[in-house]
Design a protein around this ligand. Structure first.
Ligand SMILES: [Zn+2]
Ligand SMILES: [Zn+2]
Length: 279
């Protein structure tokens, strides 16, 4: 039997599978491997609206709404109220992704900072956790989270930074989400972070269509491959895949205030209503 898993971060509007399979089929392939939940993450307002629509029609899909720190053309900064409004749509469980990326985005670091701050405000307004993208901006990210993180906390997604940063984020009540990068040969230091991170504070994700894990590296990624990510977490921690699957699903439910379907063939479970999530 397949372990029941959730892909805590993917970009369905960016999927371009090699075989040209439509989105429904890509999700079905994941379900066939035991993936019962998907967090569909918007990267700008248009993409966020598309993720809200997807969550409304696809079982097990939840949405996050936000404006990504890396943009080909910088959009106007979103108003926190606009984001918070969108976040009230059914199926939305988080604000993001947002954050700071100084690997690529140094030229518009100020825009990133203001964009991030507005999302933190929106998360506070809407009572939802925040999905944070952070790369080579450790001090600045932690500083903003320390001052403005919503009480609902959030997750540092596709975590690739140091244990020191992981420790600080955990202390702030944040979760860490690991992607296929942990399977890469040159990721020994990151595997050390996985080893040290408490099992009740980690999530697994694909960040598909980017960053396919070994043995799919170089191909377009898809949610089905979250199995390889969870298996690598299990290997690093010396646990059964089952145990990692159970923990990461429970963590997802706790952080985002939702219930996942018990099995891919099980009865549909709608996301909990806003009132229940945020009494
Ligand atoms: Zn990201
Ligand atoms: Zn992403």
């Amino acid at each position: 039997m397949n372990a029941v898993l959730v892909d805590s971060h993917c970009h369905p509007d960016r999927f371009r599978p090699r075989d040209g399979a439509p989105l429904e089929q890509v999700l079905a392939r994941a379900r066939a491997r035991g993936v019962v939940g998907f967090l569909a993450v918007g990267v700008d307002l248009e993409s966020s609206r598309a993720m809200v629509n997807l969550a409304a029609r696809e079982h097990g899909v939840f949405a996050a709404v936000g404006v990504h720190p890396l943009q080909e053309v910088l959009p106007p900064l979103p108003e926190p109220e606009t984001l918070a409004d969108l976040a009230q749509s059914p199926g939305v469980v988080a604000v993001g992704e947002t954050g700071l990326d100084h690997h690529y985005g140094t030229d518009w670091a100020e825009w990133q900072r203001e964009n991030f701050a507005r999302h933190l405000e929106a998360a506070r307004l809407s009572g939802l956790p925040v999905v944070v993208h952070t790369r080579e901006a450790r001090r600045e990210t932690l500083e903003l989270l320390r001052h403005y993180a919503p009480p609902t906390g959030g997750v540092l997604h596709c975590f690739t930074e140091t244990w020191e940063m992981a420790r600080s984020a955990l202390d702030l009540g944040f979760y860490l989400s690991f992607s296929g990068i942990i399977t890469f040969r040159n990721a020994a230091a990151l595997r050390e972070v996985v080893a040290r991170a408490p099992l009740d504070r980690i999530l697994v994700e694909t960040d598909s269509p980017y960053l396919a894990p070994v043995p799919h590296r170089g191909k377009p990624n898809e949610p089905a491959y979250v199995v390889e990510v969870a298996a690598e977490v299990a290997r690093i921690k010396g646990l059964d895949l089952e145990e990692v699957a159970r923990a990461t699903c429970a963590n997802f439910e706790r952080l985002f205030g939702v219930q996942l379907g018990g099995s891919p063939a099980g009865p549909p479970s709608a996301p909990r209503k806003k009132e229940e999530v945020n009494p």
